[in-house]
Design a protein around this ligand. Structure first.
Ligand SMILES: [Zn+2]
Length: 400
């Protein structure tokens, strides 16, 4: 396809306006090349000061555009430069792409639509480019949206740490409890990360002094960081983090009291689940395990009972429950469960704080699930920055 008709069609398709026009089109079944230029006598505006000049010279550049059917499509243009006495020789912007990139806006928009619907590697296959190209586009869009993120109304946050890959670098994740979106991530954990979060708040219309509640795990370094950087915040230990601690203890007790055969893996998974979420069949099997192995059975009961503290109608009955639980564990618990008891006892008030400001535990658990899913899909992102970009994109509710 070539000739004046093809030029006209592509001028329309690319929505080109004077002085831009399609000069030539070359097409095979595998590749379409569209050659674009500007009228020789056109005046062009200096991109810095806006003053209009005659064209000084031209630079040839090529951009990848969306495929035409099976054929990959490229736009090649002789881009004018002006010679501005004040600003120097400057290349003028082109209407189909942002500065410094080799892809058209249309290509980028299409890529974003695909990444929304499918894993990045799949989207890259569709677009006939490497995943790195799409990651670059995604990173640009996410960072741009993050720049304009408004955190002025954030008062309650959920704080957690994860790792980009098993055993690799830690990442601190902070979510806004009220809008249910991830608002901050940084490499590292503990007090330093909280300091960075405070700076991030200032940079996005927010204020660390507005944060009145932080829901987090039991790590000492977070505690120090919160006291230092979020001075007005109360701490609450939520069901998600408490269950995690109790499950870790249960898992240690289980591995010391190994059961034989295939039930082993099954058990590990089921015992960690919230008892309320088990099917009747699973409940029966766990009942059998408790009969077979009294040490493990007792530890399981203790874990389940601890988490029930969030199910009471008010703080005084919950508080009574915790006290009874502590004395039970103190009498009969395995050393690992006794250690949980000591932590619970030390943070008694911060755990019961939950009753003053009942945050949705479901949200916290759901959020963690989403992060785990992204991590699983993200095995292909050895780069932590890319991993964080992906999490922000999926769970940041950004205006992209
Ligand atoms: Zn100028």
């Amino acid at each position: 396809m070539s000739g004046p008709d093809a030029n006209k069609i592509f001028t329309t398709l690319l929505k080109l306006e004077e002085p831009w026009f399609v000069e030539n089109v070359e097409a095979t079944s595998e590749r379409v090349d569209v050659f674009v230029s500007t009228r020789a006598k056109a005046l062009v505006a200096c991109p810095v000061c806006g003053e209009r000049y005659r064209i000084h010279d031209r630079v040839e550049r090529t951009w990848r555009h969306s495929d035409m059917g099976e054929a990959e499509c490229f736009i090649t243009a002789r881009v004018p430069r002006c010679d501005c006495p004040r600003c120097g020789v400057k290349q003028i912007p082109v209407p189909w792409a942002r500065e410094f990139v080799g892809y058209t806006d249309y290509f980028e928009r299409r890529a974003m639509k695909l990444i929304e619907k499918m894993p990045l590697t799949k989207a890259a296959e569709f677009m006939h480019v490497s995943p790195d190209v799409l990651l670059g586009i995604l990173r640009y869009r996410v960072n741009k949206a993050l720049d304009s993120m408004d955190l002025s109304s954030v008062t309650r946050i959920f704080l957690d740490e994860t790792s980009s890959r098993r055993g690799h670098r830690y990442i601190t994740v902070i979510a806004d409890v009220d809008t249910k979106r991830i608002i901050f991530m940084t490499e590292g954990k503990g007090a330093d990360s909280l300091g960075k979060f405070a700076d991030w708040l200032y940079a996005h219309n927010g204020d660390p002094y507005n944060i009145r509640l932080v829901s987090c795990d039991f790590s000492k370094s977070f505690l120090a960081g919160i006291n230092e950087h979020l001075p007005r915040a109360d701490i609450v230990y939520d069901r998600f983090h408490l269950a995690k601690m109790a499950n870790d203890a249960l898992d240690k007790i289980r591995s010391r009291n190994q059961m034989n055969g295939s039930r082993h893996k099954w058990m590990r998974f089921k015992l960690m689940k919230n008892g309320k979420d088990l099917s009747d069949d699973d409940k029966r099997k766990i009942f059998d395990i408790k009969n077979d192995n009294s040490v493990l059975g007792l530890a399981y009961e203790m874990k389940e009972s601890l988490i029930q503290l969030y199910d009471y109608p008010d703080i005084s009955t919950a508080s009574e429950h915790v006290k009874q639980w502590l004395s039970w564990v103190d009498d009969e618990g395995e050393p690992q469960m006794k250690a949980v008891g000591r932590t619970v006892s030390r943070h008694f008030h911060k755990i019961l704080n939950w009753y003053h400001d009942k945050m949705s535990n479901g949200f916290l658990e759901g959020l963690n699930g989403m992060i785990q899913t992204t991590k699983r899909i993200g095995r292909g992102y050895p780069n932590t920055q890319n991993f964080m970009t992906m999490i922000f994109f999926r769970h940041g509710r950004l205006d992209i």
